[in-house]
Design a protein around this ligand. Structure first.
Ligand SMILES: Nc1ncnc2c1ncn2[C@@H]1O[C@H](COP(=O)(O)OP(=O)(O)O)[C@@H](O)[C@H]1O
Ligand SMILES: [Mg+2]
Length: 319
């Protein structure tokens, strides 16, 4: 790939107005999403499309708004402005019944996992089937076995959450997310709190499920090994904006960009490179220092553009 092409594949808002999901229509379609909490603008005009069957990884530093964007995709938060569509439905336009119908079509693996401790693994997985279907208990038992087999937990069906490891709890929560045969799977920091080997096993499982079931997956993470392992495409959030959406190779090219040619990259590309590599030095660090210093001086948070304080801040910094 040519250097000039890096990051050019920014997303545009589609203007498709179809209510039914067609094969080439995005599964998730986010258009100019703005979200504020009080006077903090967390998402500032975010665009993103996720296509059927792909695994999209949304990355960003902690507090960058990854969980917030995910909660918009599942209809648990609504935008201040802009639009979020899931499977062709504009979530903010649905009533509670319609939203519940859409909810049956996706599964979520939350950061915490959140199994019911008093129920066995099998009972936890059976719960969505008991609540949302009229299936006979024999059929439910079979469904539960299939889901547990998919995540490699069939022989642990009768254990309580307290009797299994952290990685196995994640697997059980994933089996529960799969209970209703979702078309879409959302993962919020799936490897948080896991050791590297267990974390790699969860990554492998995410890839397997995507292949075996053909589900569309949206994975939110700040762990780069995990991100590169599972992604078809990646999206990077920084200061409320989606600063790059592209395939994994384009991100890998930036990550591996040699230091002696760093000047060929613009500020945005250097920011992405620093994040992907976890480098201590780079534009992210410089911006943080500038922001904190100006905050210190002025006793208030900076407006959007820290560079407007450039001269005062820059002149005191070592070059
Ligand atoms: N319900 C809420 N009320 C107020 N502020 C929130 C709420 N949810 C998230 N935030 C703020 O929004 C920012 C982004 O949070 P979050 O999406 O959880 O980040 P991430 O998942 O990337 O770590 C943080 O500054 C957080 O404090
Ligand atoms: Mg989060």
């Amino acid at each position: 790939m040519q250097y000039q092409e890096i990051g050019d594949a920014r997303t545009k808002c589609y203007s498709v107005r179809m209510s039914e999901q067609s094969p080439d229509q995005p599964v998730v379609e986010i258009c100019n999403l703005v979200k504020r909490f009080g006077d903090q603008t967390v998402l500032d005009g975010v665009n993103l499309q996720v296509m059927p069957g792909e695994t999209m990884v949304v990355m960003g530093g902690s507090g960058s708004g990854k969980s917030t964007i995910l909660r918009h995709m599942i209809g648990s938060l609504y935008p201040n402005s802009g639009e979020v569509k899931l499977l062709g439905h504009t979530l903010s336009e649905l009533n509670e019944d319609e939203l519940n119908e859409v909810r049956k079509k996706f599964g979520i693996l939350f950061q915490s996992g959140a199994l019911f401790n008093s129920m066995t693994v099998a009972e936890n997985v059976a719960l969505p089937l008991r609540e949302h279907t009229m299936l006979d208990h024999n059929i439910i038992d079979i469904q539960v076995k299939i889901k547990l087999e998919l995540v490699g937990l069939r022989e642990h069906a009768d254990k309580l959450p307290a009797q299994i490891s952290g990685g196995m709890k994640k697997r059980a929560a994933l089996a529960r997310a799969l209970a209703l045969d979702p078309q879409v799977l959302f993962y919020d920091e799936p490897s948080a709190g896991l050791d590297p080997v267990t974390s790699a096993e969860i990554d492998r499982l995410i890839i397997d499920l995507s292949k075996k079931l053909g589900v569309t997956s949206i994975v939110v993470t700040h762990e780069m090994d995990s991100a590169f392992a599972v992604a078809d495409r990646m999206a990077m959030l920084e200061r409320g904006k989606m600063i790059m959406v592209d395939d994994r190779d384009a991100f890998a090219e930036l990550r591996d960009w040699p230091q002696d040619r760093i000047q060929e990259l613009d500020d945005r590309q250097q920011t992405i490179r620093q994040f992907l590599r976890g480098d201590a030095e780079g534009p992210i660090t410089r911006r943080k220092a500038a922001t904190n210093y100006a905050e210190d001086l002025l006793g208030e948070p900076l407006p959007d553009d820290p560079t407007r304080f450039g001269p005062a801040v820059e002149s005191t910094r070592p070059t």
